[in-house]
Design a protein around this ligand. Structure first.
Ligand code: AKG
Length: 352
């Protein structure tokens, strides 16, 4: 029997001529570079301002005596040890409360969600993030912004703060039938970004659908061997993939795969644009809950739905204010209305 999860995940979307044209440029290596150059050229002064701010921040963090956290581009990931970055404990504490608020709604959300929307739900949305400013503060600490600015070349933008709830998948779902982010892929916003993942439930083994990835250098080798292009229909933005396990395993040895298993509170910085990754293959009768914050370049190639954040809580000119000021701000709730409020969880612009 066909798995409805995979079928719905792959249902082609209707897209217009503009999207098709943009996607055909985006999906070639040369076209992607051209879009990057065009985005950089569109805001030269802003880029300069953000580069300078990154230098100042670097000097400040060095002067504060704390050891700067750095991500090796060949790896594209960095485990965060307890106490290494401020804010991780705050994230776990605040999200624990948010999860309690969401619990009574879970079954309704799961029952109402078809296909790809059933892979993972966000428990927060703009309203609930605004009520928990400590989550945003933890994503824009000097230490984390310094780390990501160093990796991305300038002070970046915080785009997403979410609690991802992945329910158990149907009994019959298996490797051949996973869809979307359950298959190996690069995220499509740019060729680099940084996501902070913090486990909010224990992830012991495959039953809990751990985030699974290849380091950046291995990912580059594998994705090149597989064509290095988006494989989905026009408008499905993954810089490469999705690829089946079988295809990826032809070019990677079993010991190259890394899994985010561990106890609640374990933290990871991962460049999901440069590491082939998949997750949320949660077995029936289990669940996985993960905090996810996504930080991207101001001049990113392809914007996907993003949260509204209150930049006015910080002084203009500070790295924090810059990190909360996207090039194309949208009003509160535009992409992510309150997912617990009722009917719009799966119809929202940003859902999925
Ligand atoms: O559910 C997962 O662990 C996969 C997450 C993912 O693909 C992403 O955040 O880009």
């Amino acid at each position: 029997m066909k798995n409805p999860v995979a079928e719905n995940a792959e249902r082609p979307r209707e897209v217009g001529i503009r999207t098709r044209l943009h996607f055909s440029i985006y999906s070639s290596r040369a076209g992607f570079r051209m879009l990057q150059a065009q985005r950089r050229a569109a805001h030269p002064l802003e880029l300069l301002r953000r580069k300078r701010a990154a230098q100042t921040l670097k000097a400040q963090v060095a002067a504060s005596g704390s050891t700067p956290v750095r991500i090796d581009p060949k790896l594209g990931y960095r485990w965060i040890e307890p106490g290494e970055l401020p804010g991780i404990d705050t994230i776990v504490e605040s999200c624990t409360e948010a999860i309690s608020e969401a619990r009574p709604h879970v079954q309704r959300l799961v029952d109402a969600a078809p296909g790809r929307f059933r892979i993972a739900f966000d428990f927060l949305g703009d309203e609930r993030v605004a009520k928990r400013p400590e989550l945003v503060d933890s994503m824009v600490t000097d230490e984390l912004l310094d780390c990501v600015s160093d990796y991305l070349g300038a002070v970046p933008v915080l785009r997403r703060v979410a609690i991802g709830y992945s329910p158990g998948q149907p009994e019959e779902a298996d490797e051949e039938e996973w869809g979307g982010s359950q298959l190996f892929h690069y995220d499509g916003e740019d060729d680099r970004q940084v996501k902070l993942f913090v486990l909010l439930s224990d992830v012991d083994d495959d039953r809990h659908g751990p985030l699974t990835f290849l380091p950046a250098a291995a990912s580059e080798r594998v994705s090149r061997a597989l064509g290095g292009k988006p494989e989905g229909p026009a408008g499905s933005y993954m810089r490469a993939g999705p690829y089946t396990d079988e295809a990826v395993r032809q070019h990677a040895s079993p010991d190259e795969f890394i899994q985010m298993t561990g106890k609640r509170g374990r933290a990871l910085l991962l460049d999901t644009c440069a590491t082939l990754h998949q997750g949320s293959r949660v077995k029936a009768g289990h669940e996985r809950i993960v905090f996810m914050g996504a930080i991207q370049r101001y001049h990113l190639v392809h914007a996907t739905p993003y949260n509204w954040f209150d930049a006015a809580r910080f002084e203009p000119g500070t790295p924090q204010h810059m990190a909360l000021s996207p090039p194309d701000p949208r009003e509160r709730g535009f992409f992510f209305p309150d997912p617990l409020r009722g009917d719009h969880a799966i119809n929202a612009r940003g859902a999925g």
